[in-house]
Design a protein around this ligand. Structure first.
Ligand code: GTP
Length: 305
């Protein structure tokens, strides 16, 4: 099952940069060297089992945009699962961006009327008052989308930057909408978490380290965790940290395999679950050995393949 994701937006808005961080494990500092994308570049990532994410990074220069909307129209806009439209928070050409956004929505309506729409207000690190800027931009984009016949509930807006975890939050939630059996997975992870006496279990995709699914939020965490407030940004921060760590490993020509942490407050094991996924188990019960968690992962593997 192939899911096509269109990544569109003005030239220089940051599309290839985010693709290279998420799909190629490059650090943010290298994105300044990226050239403009010529026409469309594609990435394929196999998520669970037979779910393949097919990302189309569409170069944003006017000549390419005009061609997507005319001669290449059906090729670009057919079979789309998700449209991600990127707006540079500092753009001087919002008017033009919004016109192209409108034209892309028209293309989608014609060829993929069921596609989900995500808008990214990108380069948020450059904004002075981040919260106020984001709220203003979000309102503007929702109002504009409404005028184009795209009601607010059908358009999700995220503020993103390649310099923090916000990019992972946005992309994890985009990918989540493409996973057909997300609810079932989450149920299995909850059962697995209970079997391990874990506070939480999280499943990541192997290449991107995007969150695929989590066990349902712990309602009564294990003893010792009772006073622990779980941070709302913990998933995307883990994705970002592990990606950075994987990059460090590759610089010393080592491959990342697994991770174990035993601290007084909690322990954690991150290990391969299936060919395309990693699982992270967080335990707050000091009597539970990480070796037992690793054994549990090994035993559960077949269930998750
Ligand atoms: P085209 O390929 O022409 O469509 O452009 P693009 O949208 O792919 O832009 P690209 O990813 O090449 O990024 C342009 C510049 O923006 C690069 O110099 C990046 O380093 C910079 N950039 C990307 N994301 C961010 C971000 O979150 N914050 C800041 N400050 N700069 C960013």
């Amino acid at each position: 099952m192939k899911k096509k994701v269109l990544l569109m937006g003005a030239s220089g808005s940051g599309k290839t940069s985010m693709r290279s961080l998420i799909f190629s494990n490059n650090p943010a500092s290298l994105t300044a060297r990226l050239g403009a994308t010529i026409d469309v570049e594609q990435n394929h990532v196999r998520f669970l089992g037979d779910l393949i994410l097919n990302l189309w990074d569409c170069g944003g220069q006017d000549a390419f945009m005009d061609s997507y909307l005319t001669t290449q129209r059906s090729t670009i806009f057919q079979h789309v699962g998700v449209l991600i439209y990127v707006f540079d928070v500092e753009t001087n050409e919002m008017h033009k961006d919004l016109e192209y956004y409108r034209d892309c929505l028209d293309g989608l309506r014609q060829f993929s009327p069921d596609a989900a729409v995500f808008l990214l207000v990108h380069k948020m690190d450059l904004a002075h008052d981040k919260d106020a800027t984001f709220e203003r931009k979000k309102k503007e984009l929702h109002e504009h989308s409404e005028k184009l016949g795209q009601p607010t509930p059908s358009v999700t807006v995220f503020g993103t930057s390649i310099y923090d975890e916000s990019l992972y939050r946005a992309w994890s939630s985009i990918v989540h909408t493409l996973i057909p059996n997300a609810a079932v997975l989450s149920k299995h992870l909850t059962i697995f978490a209970e079997a391990c006496s874990a506070t939480e279990v999280i499943l990541f995709e192997r290449t991107t380290f995007l969150v695929i699914a989590t066990s349902s939020s712990p309602t009564s965490p294990s003893p010792g965790a009772a006073s622990q407030e779980l941070e709302a940004t913990r998933y995307e921060r883990t994705s970002e940290l592990i990606k950075a760590f994987k990059h460090s490993c590759s610089r010393v020509r080592e491959e990342f395999h697994s991770l174990e942490m035993e601290l007084p407050e909690f322990s954690a094991v991150l290990d391969e679950m299936t060919k395309n996924t990693y699982v992270l188990i967080i335990v707050h019960d000091p009597t539970i050995e990480t070796a037992a968690l690793k054994l549990n992962i090994r035993m559960a593997r077949r269930k998750f393949e």
